[in-house]
Design a protein around this ligand. Structure first.
Ligand SMILES: [Ca+2]
Ligand SMILES: [Ca+2]
Length: 219
């Protein structure tokens, strides 16, 4: 092929490529595949259902939606800080989602019952029957739970549970139970005057267990 003829041939070939590109046949240089049938389906938010039982064996306990009778019913010997018998409360996640367990106290009532003793009157200016009691300042509780690896080294003064204080445990899977053990004692932080004022008083409260999506639950 002569030089001029070769240039003419290349020019025609180039024009052919331009025409092919313009017609879309350049797709021959790429490839694709399609994945069909993609879908997303919404379920529900899941149910939250907490149940409890007062039992020493959470695997055989009969659970209830509550309210359930008092777990703690003790008479405190104010002269010693020796722990009393522990109380076991079983909490069950009867719902369908993984949630966090928290505990707080509610309906706290601290009142005088009967007549004050002479040593109580010396420290207590609200000594009439039905007046404000001071036992919350003398009681402490040592918590432990199968749902947390946190170990409490000392009992928590009852008053710490007041003022919207919540104790948070780890999460509980659906169908699982959590053993919460509370050991009452006289608080080692209570002064002699607080102990004297706490005589002949009666402290009652509710223990509220909550399963919620967030770790921290504000009562
Ligand atoms: Ca009082
Ligand atoms: Ca008192």
């Amino acid at each position: 092929m002569k030089r001029s003829a070769r240039w003419f041939f290349l020019a025609v070939l180039g024009a052919a490529v331009v025409m092919l590109t313009g017609s879309g046949l350049i797709s021959l240089l790429s490839d694709s595949v399609t994945v069909t049938g993609n879908r997303a389906e919404s379920g529900t938010l899941g149910s939250h259902d907490v149940q409890a039982a007062v039992s020493s064996d959470c695997s055989t306990a009969t659970y209830s939606d509550g309210p359930i009778p008092a777990a703690i019913d003790v008479v405190l010997d104010l002269s010693t800080t020796e722990p009393l018998s522990p109380v076991v409360i079983c909490v069950k996640n009867n719902g369908s989602v993984f949630t966090h367990l928290t505990m707080h106290f509610d309906n706290v009532l601290d009142v005088e019952v009967g007549d004050c003793t002479p040593s109580e009157e010396a420290e207590d200016t609200t000594c009439e029957d039905g007046d404000a009691g001071e036992l919350a300042g003398a009681l402490a509780l040592l918590p432990s739970s199968s749902c947390t690896t946190v170990t409490y080294s000392a009992a928590i003064p009852f008053q710490s549970f007041l003022d919207d204080f919540s104790l948070s445990f780890f999460g509980v899977s659906p169908g699982s139970t959590c053993t919460v053990t509370l050991t009452p004692s006289v608080s080692e932080d209570a002064s002699n005057s607080v102990l004297a004022a706490a005589q002949t008083d009666q402290l009652t409260w509710d223990i509220v267990f909550t399963l919620s999506d967030s770790l921290i639950s504000v009562p």
